[in-house]
Ligand binder design. Structure first.
Ligand code: SF4
Length: 90
């Protein structure tokens, strides 16, 4: 059985400039089905929490490795922190 190599998220964006990364993120967010998308007001609050969080690094959450712009856009997602930092504002 062969070994499947899965690139890390950082590797997937290696070589892209910030504008290209943001464009890809926007494409992913735009592709989220409307019934799975976080309402705008909640999305804004989630990102404000991330913005003040010590686990945020380069737009990614150090606890889960997600880009928070994308993770926060899906209504069923939660913050991986213990306690969940988003739930304190929702
Ligand atoms: S731990 Fe939660 S609040 Fe902090 S960056 Fe990650 S998702 Fe955002």
């Amino acid at each position: 059985m062969g070994t499947v190599k899965i690139p890390c998220r950082r590797c997937l964006i290696e070589g892209l400039d910030e504008a290209e990364v943001m464009a890809k993120l926007r494409d992913y967010i735009d592709a989220v089905e409307p019934d799975r998308r976080t309402p705008d007001a909640v999305y804004t609050r989630r990102l404000a929490v991330c913005d003040g969080c010590p686990e945020l690094s380069g737009g990614m959450c150090r606890l889960c490795g997600c880009f928070v712009l994308y993770r926060a856009a899906i209504v069923g997602n939660d913050c991986p922190g213990i306690p969940d930092r988003w739930s304190q504002t929702e």
